[in-house]
Ligand binder design. Structure first.
Ligand SMILES: CC(C)(COP(=O)(O)OP(=O)(O)OC[C@H]1O[C@@H](n2cnc3c(N)ncnc32)[C@H](O)[C@@H]1OP(=O)(O)O)[C@@H](O)C(=O)NCCC(=O)NCCS
Length: 216
């Protein structure tokens, strides 16, 4: 091999090395972009009214099998059914909010009021698309609701939540948000045709977590 051939060969090798470095770098960038979601910031959570233009996002969690396990009604299969639900139930509801991540709905939370002698209490209910479970989102949301609902509805003495005994994640959310576990109501509710036991949780307007949330 003469000197020129050696030089050409070493240039070729250098080119191959640069190419392989570039491919590795490209692969790394690809891996990073795949992981973007994992590293995402889940703290930008806001609550706002849900409207008909949110239908595509609404369909994501309303047809989510994991969420449906805890919904008492038959799951919606068509957009039309879901639109009717928004028009007939969500829009006229006294307190129904979309849970938004960076202003995009990913779930819902509602507070249902009572009337007459029962008006001192209201019930909170919530659903979150399964893709977002386990990131602290619902705990944050329940705290947000607790910090505003007693101000918005000054007559309210008690915010309560009824949870299936077989739904430990929801029970944990309420405990983390400062609710008190009051006890199990046996065969309290018909869920998908079967009577189930429910756990009763409550937060009073005078409980310390509420004062902490409102005044801190
Ligand atoms: C229940 C639900 C709202 C929880 O929302 P989320 O944003 O995932 O809740 P968070 O991340 O704030 O907290 C979940 C807690 O439950 C815990 N948890 C989850 N699955 C659990 C299980 N199988 N057993 C025990 N604890 C569990 C988590 O570890 C976490 O607690 P930690 O912070 O102490 O570790 C959500 O799973 C959901 O929408 N489920 C379907 C609808 C539903 O059940 N609605 C409530 C009806 S009452």
């Amino acid at each position: 091999m003469d000197e020129i051939q050696v030089e050409l060969l070493s240039e070729e090798l250098e080119e191959i090395q640069i190419k392989s470095d570039c491919e590795e770098a490209a692969e790394e960038i690809h891996i990073k972009s795949d992981n973007d979601e994992v590293d995402d910031d889940y703290s930008d959570i806001t609550l706002r009214l849900l409207d008909l233009s949110d239908i595509d996002d609404f369909m994501v969690w309303i047809t989510d099998e994991k969420v449906n396990k805890f919904i008492s009604w038959e799951p919606y299969t068509s957009k039309e059914e879901a639109l009717n639900y928004i028009v007939d139930f969500v829009i006229p509801h006294p307190w129904y909010r979309a849970i938004c991540l960076k202003d995009r709905p990913i779930g819902t939370v509602s507070v249902t009021k009572n009337y007459g002698n029962d008006s001192c209490r209201a019930e909170i209910g919530y659903f979150l698309g399964s893709k977002y479970w386990g990131k602290g989102i619902m705990t944050r949301v329940v705290k947000m609701v607790a910090s505003t609902i007693f101000v918005e509805w000054p007559h309210l003495e008690r915010l309560e939540a009824l949870v299936d005994v077989n739904n430990p994640a929801s029970q944990r959310v309420l405990e983390k948000a400062g609710f008190q576990r009051e006890g199990v109501l046996r065969k309290y509710y018909i869920h998908k045709g079967k009577p189930i036991d429910m756990v009763m949780f409550s937060l009073l307007s005078t409980d310390s977590p509420v004062n902490y949330l409102i005044y801190s």
